[in-house]
Design a binder for this molecule. Structure first.
Ligand SMILES: *[C@@H]1O[C@H](CO)[C@@H](O)[C@H](O)[C@H]1NC(C)=O
Length: 228
């Protein structure tokens, strides 16, 4: 599966990171086929991370086919309930690409609906909108995407936007629960590039780093990130 080579190191380094520092949460692009039902070998690293950190919030992005399929493989049907059973702090969200605002909004909304039509036992409770173009021009568009998720998931919906870069328009922080404000190679990450303020709180920001070293060295420049 795509991204899996990049992802596995990320999972391993994250599990070390959490135990050592007590981060506020962990986000995993779980773009990995889970494997056989009941065994979930493809997800074993993240299952172990959750078991080892039962009080830590985990945000797991499932992505069967660069977006949803009508009925996911039995592996998803079995392994999503299994990860949820490990901790009350696991949120499973579905991957939807938005083409930086150029994808037809009807296609984006249809993909949200496709996830929400999954059986409740493995249905995601939120959506990860990838390729977010967080300019003033697109506030209305992403507001409509977030509204669809709020409507489809009564009570406990979760909306993540992924522009992968800092966001200057505050509205995006209002409509979402979390924004990925950096997505880059581990070696290229500079914490000083993050923009944190009252309207852009660190508690709503996430950083996705890939191709990290093993074991994770936890540079002192990153420690402050975990304390917010
Ligand atoms: C994002 O939107 C702006 C208009 O607000 C557009 O000029 C730009 O090309 C878009 N970015 C991408 C990557 O498509």
């Amino acid at each position: 599966m795509f991204y899996s080579k990049l992802l596995l190191p990320a999972i391993l380094l994250q599990s070390l990171y959490f135990t050592n520092v007590g981060s506020t949460g962990a986000i995993f692009p779980l773009y990995i086929f889970p494997g056989d039902p009941g065994i979930c070998a493809g997800w074993s690293a993240v299952l172990d991370s959750i078991s080892a950190n039962p009080t830590l919030p985990f945000y797991l992005i499932v992505n069967p086919n660069s977006g949803p399929v009508d009925t996911p493989d039995p592996g998803y049907q079995s392994c999503i309930p299994q990860v949820r059973s490990l901790s009350d702090n696991v949120k499973v969200v579905g991957y939807v690409a938005t083409g930086y605002g150029s994808k037809a909004s009807s296609d984006v909304l249809n993909e949200v609906t496709t996830y929400m039509n999954w059986d409740v036992s493995y249905r995601p409770t939120g959506i990860f909108f990838d390729e977010t173009n967080a300019t003033a021009d697109h506030v209305q568009l992403y507001t409509s995407y977030a509204a669809q998720v709020r409507q489809d998931v009564p009570g406990d919906s979760f909306v993540i936007l992924n522009p992968g870069i800092p966001v200057s328009v505050d509205d995006y922080f209002t409509i979402s629960d979390m924004i990925v404000t950096t997505e880059t190679f581990f070696d290229d990450f500079d914490p000083a590039s993050l923009e944190i303020s009252g309207t852009k709180p660190a508690s709503k920001q996430a950083v996705i780093l890939h191709t990290g070293p093993q074991p994770f060295p936890l540079p002192s420049s990153m420690r402050w990130l975990a304390s917010d």
